[in-house]
Structures are given as structure tokens and as C-alpha cells.
Design a protein around this ligand. Structure first.
Ligand SMILES: *[C@@H]1O[C@H](CO)[C@@H](O)[C@H](O)[C@H]1NC(C)=O
Ligand SMILES: *[C@@H]1O[C@H](CO)[C@@H](O)[C@H](O)[C@H]1NC(C)=O
Ligand SMILES: *[C@@H]1O[C@H](CO)[C@@H](O)[C@H](O)[C@H]1NC(C)=O
Ligand SMILES: *[C@@H]1O[C@H](CO)[C@@H](O)[C@H](O)[C@H]1NC(C)=O
Length: 418
């Protein structure tokens, strides 16, 4: 109420009729300046009936597409210091559009459709200090001065799809102090572009496309050696958790810079804050993070060796134990036959030998089969070993290659069983 009264008093003292703040706008006082905010109202013209005493005028987020010559001057606006035309669809600006804005200090033309700016566009607003042209489309720039203005100190060309900077681009901005060229498609930079900016204090070149070769690093060195505040791009990048976190913040309808809403102190420092990953890591990921590849290799090697030693020990133990208790492993048929043959031949040799050395020695009962010939001699040649008389040579102890182990039973016995 006091505000409106103040406005009314102000306007009446100026000898004008009562000037109303149009319903599309909010009029208030900001830092002692008359402010009219006409945002998001689908306004198509800068003339919406806001009293001409306005000093901070925002027409942000409307549908303005063109700025005709003398459009502000015709409406009588001569006190505007801050003009906000961001988030419109402006693609054309008349060379004399800003005529009459003698006091204009801060102009926001960000997020429009501008492809081109006339060199002397701001000739008639000599106090202009801050110009925001971010979010426009300056894709193809000619090799000529971009803007001719002696007072301009801050220029924002963030996110303007700029692919290269012509050498003469900033040659008519002798007092520029801050320049933002971030988020463009630049891959290289020539120091010739920056040379005319003798008063430059700060430059922003954030983007992911820089070709970090020696020539670009030389440019970086050149920038820092000229005392310009600059965050080097060609350094080992930390994981981009910070950016991801910001992009994950839910936004309503439009993109809003969170630094305007939250109390964030932007750290302009080489060492970015290392944020904890928002997601809980799984056990394996933790291990993965904590161990380097070489550590993992050494540990793997040690584990393998230990396992090998244990296994060898167990195997050896099993083998020795087996010998001691003479446990028989299941043999293959071939092995069985071989073992049988060897046992047989051993026994045969033993028998022959013992009967030769000690004729009275009894053969084991299980081998005692009286199959010898009636005269007590062996029924086959005895290979030179004399069979002593009276001693029955165990016939089965000597096996002939073509002789069956056990003779088949007589035929009639079989028949009886049937
Ligand atoms: C212009 O308005 C937008 C919001 O619509 C705001 O983000 C921006 O900071 C304003 N610019 C100035 C210079 O106040
Ligand atoms: C640049 O602007 C100055 C005045 O600020 C003017 O004298 C000069 O002629 C302009 N140069 C060009 C090339 O337009
Ligand atoms: C922002 O936070 C800092 C401390 O982090 C504090 O000193 C400062 O007063 C805060 N500003 C506002 C506007 O809350
Ligand atoms: C960067 O941060 C470190 C600690 O985080 C601080 O000691 C140093 O002064 C900072 N440098 C600048 C230029 O702010």
C-alpha cells in the first residue's frame, strides 16, 4: 500500500495523470528502483502500458519476437537501467531499437533466437555495462568485430553454439572485464582473439570439446600469465558428480539456475568438491573401488600359491597313507589281468625254486591239486628243473599258455543237475 502511495505521489509530483501498473505486471521497488515485472504473460510487444518511470523492467518469458526501431523511445521509457528480455523468441532487433535508453546499464537478452547482432546496436545506450546474450544461436560468426562498445564490461556468450572465434571478434570491446564463452562448441582458441581485451580480468571457457593439445595448453598458459582469472580446462577431470547432481534437481516448467534460489557459494577453485555418490555401492563395487588392479593381482597370486600348497600336501598325504594300509584302488581290466599274470608268475617261480631247494616243503593247500601223472612226474616239461621223485609237483602252479585254469566238469554231472 505504501508502495503504491509512493508511486502515486511520485507520478503526481511529476505532473502526470495517475499511471497504473497493468494487470499483467507486478510493480514494486527493488533496491530503490521502480521495478515492473511482466513475466510469463504471452506479451508480444514491449509496450504494455507500464508507467514510463520504470527503472527495472522485466519482460522475461513472453512471446516477443522482434524489437522494432525506437520501440522504447516511443513509449517514453528513458529511465530504464535494467532491461530483462530473456526467454522470449526474439530473432530480429532493429538497429535503433534501444534508442533513448541512455541509462541502460544491464541488458538481458539471454535465451532468445538471435543469430546476428548489429555491430553498433548499443551505440545509443552508452552506459551499457552488462550484456547477457547466452542461449542464442551465433553459429556462424564473420571475421569482424562482434559488438562495438567502449563501456561494456561483462559479456556472456554462454551456450551460443559458437564453433570458432574469429580473430577480430572482440577487437572493439576495449573495456571488457568478464567474458563467458562456456558451453559452446569450441575446440581450439587463438590468443589473437583475446589480445585486444587488455582489461580482461576473468574468462570462462568451460566445455567438453577442448582439444587439449600443446597449442591449447599454450593458450591456457598465456591466459594465466596475463593475470586473467581462469579455471584450466586441460587438467585431469574429476568425476562429474557435481554436474550430475545439479541436473537431477527437479525443475518446474523452466530451467532455473539453482544458484539464484539456493545459497550456493560457487567454488572457483582447481579442486572441485568431491561429493559422495548418491547411490549405495554394492559389496563388489566397494571392493572394486578399494583395490587397484596390481593389488588384486598380488592377492590372487598369493591365494593361488596357498591353495596349491594345501592341495599338494593333501594329495601327498593321501598317497602315502594309501601305500601304508595297502588299500587297493579299483584297477582297470587290463591292469587286473597284468597284475594277475605277475602274481601267477611270481608264485610259479617261488614254487619251483623252493621245491628245488627244499624238496619237502609243502605247497600251500589251496594249490594242492593232485593232477600229476600217476608216476608222480609233472604232466609237462619242467624246463630243466628236476622234479624230485615222490614229490608231487603242483600241476596248476605251472600254467601253460593254452591250458584252461579249471578243467570243465564231466558231461554226465551236468546232465544230473538238469
Ligand atoms: C531476467 O529474468 C530471468 C527469469 O525470467 C532471470 O533468471 C534473470 O536473472 C533476469 N535477469 C536479470 C538481469 O535480472
Ligand atoms: C564504434 O563506436 C564508436 C563510438 O562508441 C564510434 O565512434 C565508431 O565509429 C564505431 N566503430 C565502428 C566500426 O562502427
Ligand atoms: C549464505 O550462506 C553463507 C554461509 O554458507 C552465509 O554466511 C550467508 O549469510 C548466506 N546468505 C544468505 C543470503 O542466506
Ligand atoms: C582452493 O581450496 C583450497 C582448500 O579447499 C584452499 O586452501 C585454497 O585457498 C583455494 N584456492 C582458491 C584460489 O580459492
Amino acid at each position: 500500500m505504501a508502495l503504491i502511495l509512493k508511486l502515486v505521489v511520485l507520478l503526481m509530483s511529476a505532473g502526470a495523470f495517475a499511471q497504473l501498473c497493468p494487470k499483467q505486471c507486478d510493480c514494486d521497488v527493488d533496491n530503490g528502483l521502480n521495478r515492473a515485472s511482466c513475466e510469463g504473460q504471452n506479451i508480444v510487444s514491449v509496450q504494455v502500458g507500464v508507467p514510463d518511470a520504470v527503472q527495472v523492467y522485466s519482460l522475461s518469458r513472453n512471446a516477443i519476437s522482434e524489437l522494432d526501431n525506437y520501440c522504447f523511445k516511443e513509449a517514453g521509457y528513458s529511465s530504464i537501467e535494467v532491461l530483462n528480455l530473456s526467454y522470449n523468441v526474439i530473432f530480429w532487433i532493429g538497429l535503433h531499437a534501444f534508442a533513448g535508453l541512455d541509462k541502460l546499464i544491464h541488458l538481458d537478452l539471454s535465451n532468445n533466437r538471435l543469430r546476428y547482432i548489429a555491430l553498433d546496436l548499443f551505440f545509443e545506450s552508452p552506459q551499457l555495462h552488462i550484456l547477457d546474450l547466452s542461449g542464442n544461436v551465433f553459429e556462424s560468426l564473420k571475421n569482424e568485430p562482434f559488438i562495438n562498445h567502449t563501456k561494456l564490461q561483462v559479456l556472456n556468450l554462454n551456450n551460443c553454439r559458437i564453433k570458432s572465434l574469429p580473430d577480430r571478434m572482440f577487437s572493439r570491446l576495449p573495456n571488457l572485464k568478464k567474458l563467458d564463452l562456456s558451453e559452446n562448441y569450441l575446440v581450439s582458441l587463438n590468443t589473437e582473439v583475446l589480445r585486444p581485451l587488455r582489461k580482461l580480468e576473468r574468462i570462462e571457457l568451460r566445455n567438453d570439446y577442448w582439444n587439449c593439445d600443446p597449442s591449447f595448453m599454450a593458450v591456457e598458459t598465456w591466459i594465466t600469465s596475463h593475470g586473467i582469472n581462469y579455471v584450466k580446462q586441460c587438467v585431469k577431470k574429476t568425476p562429474k558428480m557435481f554436474e550430475k547432481m545439479i541436473s537431477a534437481v527437479p525443475v518446474e516448467r523452466v530451467d532455473v539456475d539453482v544458484s539464484d534460489i539456493w545459497n550456493i557459494t560457487i567454488i572457483k577453485n582447481e579442486t572441485l568438491p568431491v561429493l559422495k555418490p548418491s547411490k549405495e555401492l554394492t559389496w563388489f563395487q566397494k571392493i572394486d573401488q578399494e583395490f587397484s588392479a596390481s593389488q588384486a593381482f598380488v592377492i590372487g597370486l598369493e591365494l593361488g600359491l596357498a591353495l596349491g600348497i594345501v592341495c599338494t600336501y593333501v594329495w601327498l598325504r593321501a598317497l602315502c597313507g594309501c601305500r601304508r594300509v595297502n588299500c587297493a584302488r579299483p584297477l582297470t581290466r587290463r591292469q587286473q589281468r597284468r597284475a594277475q599274470r605277475m602274481a601267477d608268475s611270481d608264485m610259479r617261480t617261488n614254487l619251483l625254486w623252493s621245491s628245488a631247494v627244499n624238496p619237502d616243503l609243502e605247497t600251500p593247500p589251496s594249490y594242492r591239486r593232485r593232477l600229476s601223472l600217476p608216476d608222480g612226474s609233472a604232466p609237462y616239461p619242467t624246463y630243466g628243473i628236476p622234479g624230485p621223485r615222490g614229490t608231487i609237483i603242483q600241476a596248476d602252479a605251472i600254467r601253460l599258455p593254452d591250458r584252461g585254469e579249471t578243467p570243465p566238469p564231466p558231461y554226465h554231472e551236468c546232465r544230473i543237475n538238469i
